[in-house]
Design a protein around this ligand. Structure first.
Ligand SMILES: [Zn+2]
Length: 243
């Protein structure tokens, strides 16, 4: 679906027909505050009942939004600089409109981002950002350790970063010799992934200099919210600080 059709569809579902077809109380999206009958399917293979038809959020976006709200200082009134890498539209729309956040989105190729950025060579001085959020990007980056060191470098002392990746294995598996997209899909689960992270991901963040707190979903949301907001119970949050 192109953007125009998608916008049109969004307008339709927000109107009276959508109210009848989609709106209800079974689901709630905390990002766009929509009460819905169900979410839409999303992903390959398709996961049922996960994508918000209003803001396009999926499980991990809703979890991170609640984490920001409930467990961080992101939305207090103190001014802070935030770097959002590979910005997801649902979060970018809300974050960029906040008075207390001096917001910068960055991506290596997406023209919708505010600046072009290679996260292994960040074009900003040390101690620039009070908050960094980068989700499901590092598994695409060959020199992920360099990217982590760069995030550490540009984070202010006392600042924090949420650096999310999919954790698939016990021990991280990577092989830079595998470059063919078909082979990468076989080895790492997706044609543009360069590794599968394991439980040792946290150690890489520590090696880059961060203090890391690994936070369970149940520390952020209640059991009934996991179902109502369709949040993935298995996705831990990696909360990284620079002292
Ligand atoms: Zn939503």
């Amino acid at each position: 679906m192109n953007l125009t059709l998608r916008s049109l569809a969004r307008e339709v579902v927000k109107g009276p027909i959508g109210q009848i077809l989609f709106f209800g109380n079974a689901r709630f999206c905390p990002i766009c505050q929509s009460h819905l009958r169900s979410f839409l399917p999303y992903g390959y293979p398709s996961r049922l009942d996960v994508r918000c038809l209003i803001c396009d959020s999926v499980e991990r976006h809703r979890l991170i939004w609640l984490f920001f709200q409930r467990k961080t200082n992101l939305f207090d009134s103190n001014k802070k600089k935030m770097l959002h890498v590979a910005p997801e539209r649902c979060l970018a729309t809300r974050l960029s409109g906040m008075q207390s956040i001096e917001y910068l989105s960055a991506d290596i190729c997406n023209p919708a981002a505010m600046v072009k950025m290679n996260i292994t060579n960040i074009q900003y001085p040390d101690n620039t950002f009070d908050v960094i959020y980068c989700s499901h990007v590092l598994e695409h980056v060959l020199d992920d350790r360099k990217a982590m060191r760069e995030f550490y470098r540009v984070l202010t002392n006392g600042g924090w970063a949420v650096l999310q990746v999919p954790i698939m294995l016990e021990t991280t598996y990577e092989d830079p010799a595998i470059i063919d997209p078909v082979e990468r899909a076989k080895a790492f689960g997706q044609s543009d992934h360069v590794r599968c992270y394991g439980q040792d991901y946290e150690k890489r963040l520590i090696d880059a200099g961060f203090n890391v707190k690994r936070i369970k979903v149940t520390e952020v949301v209640k059991q009934e919210e996991i179902e109502r907001m369709r949040i993935d119970e298995k996705e831990d949050i990696f909360f990284c600080t620079k002292l």
